[in-house]
Design a protein around this ligand. Structure first.
Ligand code: HMG
Ligand code: MG
Length: 298
């Protein structure tokens, strides 16, 4: 019943570092991307073209994208909330762009300063321009299970957002548990709601691990056949507009689980742990990956 192969998108350089208080030089971000691709990651979410007043840590977006030595077969994605961001991103030649909306009105307002309906109006020309330029378009859907401002989110609201994303030409959507409150059956309901509008091959899971549920939620998604996940090396991160939210599930932990289940990822766990150690050492914090901690202690 489980997929035989899983694709992981490491979002550490973007989702992981966007919330970091200390300055992370572009050179460190570039080195992290290099180590991730050397470990076998085939898609990396590198940065976002958002307002530097809102998210100062991503202000070096163009510099980071320009500094990466691209490896054939690796895709580099960036977040673009509006046309302004998309136009700035173009010079960086991303393989994929991400528009990001929310199933919750309050989160949409806090995160991107507009309603859900307005966000779709902003995304539509971005999607059109990206597709005309041959750039793949992913949509991130925040708060598909719970919202820091509105509490529990019904699957109908996820279906509504997924339908809007589909309607403007978004090619793939990520079902995000932004604040990590989801539990397996609730996450499955959010995925089912999404699958009403998108094919299984065009849906991924994006689970933050705040409540320690992300691996269980990943397993529940695998049971439905979902084979693409966003994960973050060393469990880096959190969203600046979701107070207290921690990072995505650690890539190392997901790789360990998948390999243990006989599911192929193409990732070298030892090299991945090295990448996680590199950024954790720079940040002066222990890794959030349980697997990395366990293996490093051996
Ligand atoms: P706004 O203030 O509504 O936009 O912000 P505006 O069009 O009125 O512009 C205001 C100012 O921002 C202007 O500058 C614009 O030029 C500038 P000023 O005249 O004041 O000097 N501006 C920009 N600058 C650079 N790049 C841009 C851009 N757009 C406008 N693209 C906006 C709207 C979306 C830009 C703002 O709210 C923003 O940047 N928000 C940040 C959102 C963000 O990055 N959140 C974190 C990522 S999402 C996430 O983490 C969730 C995810 O992981 C899934 C999950 O876990 O849920 C994906
Ligand atoms: Mg996220």
């Amino acid at each position: 019943p489980y997929p035989s192969r899983v694709k992981l998108v490491d979002v550490g350089p973007r989702d992981g570092l966007q919330n970091e208080k200390q300055t992370v030089p572009a050179a460190v971000k570039i080195e992290l991307v290099h180590r991730l691709q050397a470990a076998g990651l085939r898609e990396i979410e590198v940065t976002s073209f958002v307002s530097p007043k809102w998210v100062p840590q991503m202000g070096d977006n163009a510099e980071v994208m320009a500094g990466i030595e691209r490896q054939p077969g690796v895709r580099y994605s960036v977040l673009t909330p509006n046309l302004r961001g998309f136009e700035s991103a173009l010079a960086s030649r991303p393989d994929e762009i991400v528009v990001f909306g929310a199933a919750s009105e309050a989160f949409s307002q806090r995160n991107i300063n507009c309603s859900i309906a307005e966000s779709i109006e902003r995304f539509a020309p971005v999607v059109e321009a990206a597709r005309a330029a041959g750039i793949y378009v992913r949509g991130a859907m925040s708060c598909t299970v719970g919202c820091p401002y509105e509490g529990e989110i019904a699957p109908e609201r996820v279906a509504y957002l997924a339908g809007l994303m589909k309607g403007i030409g978004v090619q793939h959507v990520g079902v995000a548990d932004t604040i990590g409150v989801g539990t397996p059956l609730k996450v499955q309901r959010a995925l089912e709601a999404t699958l009403a509008h998108f094919a299984l091959d065009d849906v991924s899971g994006h689970f933050h691990d705040t409540y320690g549920q992300a691996l269980a939620n990943t397993l529940a998604s695998l049971e439905m056949g979902v084979w693409q996940y966003d994960t973050s090396v060393a469990g880096l991160g959190g969203c600046p507009y979701a107070k207290g939210a921690t990072g995505n599930v650690a890539t190392e932990d997901v790789v360990y689980m998948l390999h243990g289940m006989g599911i192929d990822t193409g990732i070298d766990l030892d090299a991945l742990i090295d990448a996680g150690q590199y950024i954790s050492d720079f940040l002066g914090r222990p890794t959030q990956s349980r697997v990395a901690k366990a293996l490093l202690a051996k």
